[in-house]
Ligand binder design. Sequence first.
Ligand SMILES: C[S@@+](CC[C@H](N)C(=O)[O-])C[C@H]1O[C@@H](n2cnc3c(N)ncnc32)[C@H](O)[C@@H]1O
Length: 224
Amino acid sequence: MIPWQEIDRAEIPGHKGEVILRKRGTEFSMRTAGIELMNSRRHGSEAALAELACSRVKPKSGLRILIGGLGMGYTLAAALEQSEPDTLITVSELIPAVVRWNREHLGHLAGMPLDDPRVSVEEEDVVVTIRKRKSAWDTILLDVDNGPDGLTRKANDRLYSISGLKISFSALRPGGILGVWSSGADEAFTRRLKQCGFQTETVTVPVRKPGKGGRHIIWLAGKP
Ligand SMILES: C[S@@+](CC[C@H](N)C(=O)[O-])C[C@H]1O[C@@H](n2cnc3c(N)ncnc32)[C@H](O)[C@@H]1O
């Protein structure tokens, strides 16, 4: 068995914890607080988040997509695959080192998506990006924790609260979709989405393609 090798670690802004990037052969892993945030061997559901949300958005031209956060770039690469030449994608990433790791170590995993001219990166909390504009986005894709509960840092809880969901609702264009990735179901979160005016759909997706292993959950919450 090849041992894990630590490549780098970085502090999480606004939180006491760290994120650690490790490598074992061709496999990469990001961990925080002893829990794996992302592994390069399992990314089917991260891609499905973008595929499912983008396939539901109409019309397809002039799309504006917000992704939080970058991770290893699989959601971003899948969003690019769904996009037209005039699509613009903003990625909000809280930890500047994660952006640097993608440029230095991880970019090849998802086909160098940061090099695409349709992509821009905001090194900030996605909450801040969402708050900046109203009726701005056709889709907001959130994969910043293990689900609607702040794993990376407790402050992320506000994304999934009633007040946070109302801000996402107003940041979406009519017909827009909020997509949220999760490792498991959460009925209370579905109820909160409905309370905020979203039409919700929950899709169960395989962790890996073509369907080996467990299942993850994606909420597709539409703004009427
Ligand atoms: C599970 S990974 C995302 C995986 C990604 N979907 C992919 O395809 O590789 C979570 C990412 O969200 C970032 N993150 C956590 N909280 C955030 C926040 N409040 N705003 C922006 N990015 C955040 C983390 O630093 C990490 O890069």
